[in-house]
Design a protein around this ligand. Sequence first.
Ligand SMILES: O=C(O)CCC(=O)C(=O)O
Ligand SMILES: [Fe+2]
Length: 187
Amino acid sequence: MAGTGLLALRTLPGPSWVRGSGPSVLNRLRDAAVAIHGFRETEKSRWSEASRAILQRVQAAAFGPGQTLLSSVHVLDLEARGYIKPHVDSIKFCGATIAGLSLLSPSVMRLVHTQEPGEWLELLLEPGSLYILRGSARYDFSHEILRDEESFFGERRIPRGRRISVICRSLPEGMGPGESGQPPAAC
Ligand SMILES: O=C(O)CCC(=O)C(=O)O
Ligand SMILES: [Fe+2]
């Protein structure tokens, strides 16, 4: 995403941040009660024009023309000591594609096959990079962001600082955009 003017990714006033350690109120996006440590997060649907241009590039790169996106974009701010434990995003609330733009600190995302734990891979998420989870990576592998003490990419130490991710998700098949904002009563 070089040359996209990422510094322009500024948000307009909107919903307030949810801050915490442990399960998040945005956990409807993830299966199980996923522990995230040292974070704040929010969902945003209003962006500046410059930010919208960046998000449109992300969406053009990651999503097919037939895919509808969740109406809000998820912004997750992990402090230097923050981390995300392994999980698979909820199939009830999130469709076939998850695309995340990483900002500020580099980090390592580990994917582990949910049935074959010996099958795993790690992604080095450089600031300004975009990862796309779809197909088997989306459904058959858990993903996590390693804590600073475990943050290695192969032999290479990747010291963790504050990291912000901007995550776009498609809607589950058959769910209309109007239904995307509210979790069903069961959740
Ligand atoms: O920060 C990221 O890039 C991933 C966040 C994540 O896995 C989630 O919110 O479910
Ligand atoms: Fe996730």
